[in-house]
Design a protein around this ligand. Structure first.
Ligand SMILES: *Cc1c(COP(=O)(O)O)cnc(C)c1O
Length: 366
């Protein structure tokens, strides 16, 4: 049997390049708590992403939980999408807020601003959209709504590292944006994440929140988590940043090759990302529908028989999970997409011959 092909494979630098960073950490004996490599990574990320303030975190989920906490929302409802990863909804409930799930635009897979507006009530305190697959939400319409109704706007930008929109970083939209540096994401630090914010005061507050709410030796202002990123993780980030442009370019080549080979197959639609300015090609989702001869689940199983492990991102919807039963709502576009979508393997080291094999399976030739 051929080697398994997984939906993703993390980018890693040459191990030899990592050793000097470890030697530096061992020599300085500073392992965490905002050490020198952590500071350097925050600075380099601000420069690379073209954002003013960034606070690093140990993962994207704690970043999201902390972002909602930092806004001091009064108890109430947060409007979000059911078509996402668990962390989005979990972060709302962890803050004792109520998730309100509204439908998506079936073409972009992102939250539909019209549905958001319909869902706004006197209890709404914030909107939490996701730039799904790294495709920008309708940031202009969402900001108009947030301003008009005096709501906070936080983007789960876990997929959106490096994407630009209207000539600036997508991460600059909204009150706060959170990113994930998990191993499966475009830019990884093994585990990691960040919040992007727009003022020095907010960064200071976030930095206190990610450190137990500690202000100084005798003052604690909040009951919050430990969200700090270690020096080893920061070191990996510094190395990954050196090759990020090559990483994104290689992902783009995979994307374009898939699109070329998958054009004109009846019942197979590649989710479009052609209007993106600077894309990160975070995922390669296809939508399977009639007259394609197999269902999504049948194609998924067929891939497995050929040692190809595609993923059903995002299935099931949040609203279909028993833990979110009390937050049920009717989101037909999201439901249909979740039943028809399959994310194909997408990573820089994916070879042309692997892509050809995956397409041959889809075409029923093997
Ligand atoms: C990966 C992901 C997160 C959480 O990131 P972690 O770093 O794994 O905690 C949040 N939201 C979405 C949409 C994600 O895909």
């Amino acid at each position: 049997m051929s080697n398994p092909i997984y939906v993703t494979q993390p980018v890693l630098p040459d191990l030899k390049e990592f050793i000097p960073y470890l030697e530096q950490i061992w020599a300085k004996k500073i392992l965490t708590n905002g050490g020198p490599l952590h500071q350097q990574l925050e600075q380099e990320l601000c420069d690379y992403l073209n954002v003013d303030y960034i606070s690093l975190f140990n993962n994207g989920t704690i970043a999201l939980i902390t972002a909602l906490q930092a806004l001091d929302l009064k108890a109430g409802e947060v409007i979000t999408t059911p078509y996402t990863f668990l962390a989005t909804a979990h972060a709302i409930v962890w803050n004792n807020l109520t998730p309100v799930f509204v439908d998506i635009d079936p073409i972009t897979s992102n939250i539909d601003p019209k549905k958001v507006e319909e869902a706004i009530t006197d209890d709404t305190v914030a909107i939490l959209p996701v730039h799904c697959y790294g495709i920008p939400c309708d940031v202009v319409a969402l900001q108009v709504l947030a301003t008009k109704h005096k709501l906070k706007l936080v983007y789960d930008a876990a997929h959106a590292f490096g994407v630009t929109c209207n000539n600036h970083s997508l991460l600059n939209y909204g009150d706060l944006s959170t990113i994930s540096f998990h191993a499966t994401k475009v830019f990884n630090t093994f585990e990691g994440g960040a919040i992007v914010c727009h003022s020095a005061e907010m960064k200071q507050r976030i930095d206190q929140l990610k450190n137990f709410g500690i202000v100084d030796e005798t003052t604690v202002n909040d009951i919050s988590l430990n969200g700090k990123l270690s020096e080893v993780h920061a070191a990996l980030g510094l190395l990954q940043l050196k090759t990020i442009d090559q990483t994104l370019q290689a992902r783009g080549e995979v994307d374009h090759y898939y699109r070329e080979l998958l054009a004109d197959i009846d019942g197979i639609r590649c989710i479009q990302r052609e209007n993106l300015e600077k894309d990160n090609y975070a995922y390669f989702p296809i939508v399977i529908s009639e007259p394609y001869p197999l269902s999504r689940d049948e194609l998924f199983e067929k891939f497995k028989q050929h040692n190809v492990f595609a993923r059903k991102y995002f299935y099931p919807l949040m609203t279909e999970l028993s833990v979110y039963q009390q937050y049920q709502s009717d989101t037909p576009n999201a439901k249909l997409l979740s039943e028809q979508v399959l994310c194909l393997p997408m990573y820089p080291a994916l070879e042309g011959s692997d892509i050809q094999k995956i397409v041959q399976i889809i075409k029923g030739r093997i």
